[in-house]
Design a protein around this ligand. Sequence first.
Ligand code: FAD
Length: 396
Amino acid sequence: LGSCVKVCPTNALSLTIPQDSKGELSSEIGSKFNLKEPLPESVSDYAQGNEKKTIRSQVTPIAGGEVWSGVWVIIEYNNGRVAPVSWELLGEGRKLADSLGSELCGVITGYQVDNVIPEAFAYGAEKLYVIDHEVLKDYRTEPYAEAITSLVRKYQPEIILMGATSMGRDVFPAVATKMQTGLTADCTVLGIDPETKLLQQTRPAFGGNIMATILCRTRRPQMATVRPRVMEMPERAVGREGELIREEFTLTESDIRTKVLEFIPADAKSTFLDKAEIIVSVGLGIAAKRNLVLAEELAEVLGATLAGTRGAVEAGWLSHDQQVGQSGVTVRPKVYIAIGISGAIQHLVGMETSDFIIAINNDPEAPILKVANYGIVGDLFQIVPAMTAEFKKRLQ
Ligand code: FAD
């Protein structure tokens, strides 16, 4: 009992032991864990106390009295490219910083990152913290979490944001754990409470049936990941300047347990789904994998990217990378064509901010038709080939 608390590498675990009125371990707990061996020191210390309390090793002190200020955006740079959500977050971060009357800063961690610096200023960072080091060449959780945490400890930002990309979803929990603070993943709306000045972090919850607004009242920094393509891209002002702060990084290759042996890029088509300008998306209405060809032909004529619902992915017609929605990718194309898709809330949250939505469904009550700019009620097996033929005529 309690050994997991001791060995957890990020001090993420705590243990609460119920006691009886005399301050002794309850017999229920004793028998449940078959306590024959002495308790670990920290746990037995605790067990002698008079009131129930939580054991937590090396807790970072609560932010009381300390000054935490500024809005930070972690700029994701990997394999020579910046994740565009980083720029979207600089736009959103600007609004938050203005509401707080604080500064907007960017953070770049990586190797040979100099070409990213002018871009970060152009998208609105006032100040940039940079750690440029060879051990950060390929993304790995340990050095990236350590690099970001070292900056957070030193400069104490009030809010830090990162894209809910694979990297953001991996490194941010590690940073939050090291800082012993809260993290809201996959936010779709951010704001500042006008009275408390706390960050309001809103995300779909309970299967997308409610939007939950989450606050981090007592710990700092307040941390959130935000889905790509949800926030608007800010204006890029080439030549804008700001303050550059370069920091040393002391970790060496021998300190890091993981080694990158090879980098295999993902299939280009699905990787860029969140950046596609035209998407042809299919749902269970297409009935069978062999009918996917109808959507593929339409996509080819339009130069569109193929995507679909979780239903279509679970049926094995598409890969998970092609899934649009709450547990897939959020998209914001110029045109989204939904074929045989009902429009479940979990799907809508991933595509309803598309500029123009065309939905084809034989059920006039299907929810997708309520968000569509053009709703075509009818049989997709007749409508889609007719659309493909018409577009072919007009576009060739
Ligand atoms: P259906 O709901 O079965 O809709 C098929 C539609 O096709 C119907 O509206 C029907 O009228 C129409 N149709 C049938 N035949 C024809 C025809 N011949 N011509 C025209 N129209 C026709 N879903 C997602 O998409 N993305 C997610 O990320 C996602 N995440 C989820 C997370 C959680 C926690 C949960 C619980 C669910 C999630 N879902 C997600 C699933 C979601 O709730 C729906 O089940 C799913 O989106 C339905 O997929 P569909 O529209 O393809 O199928």
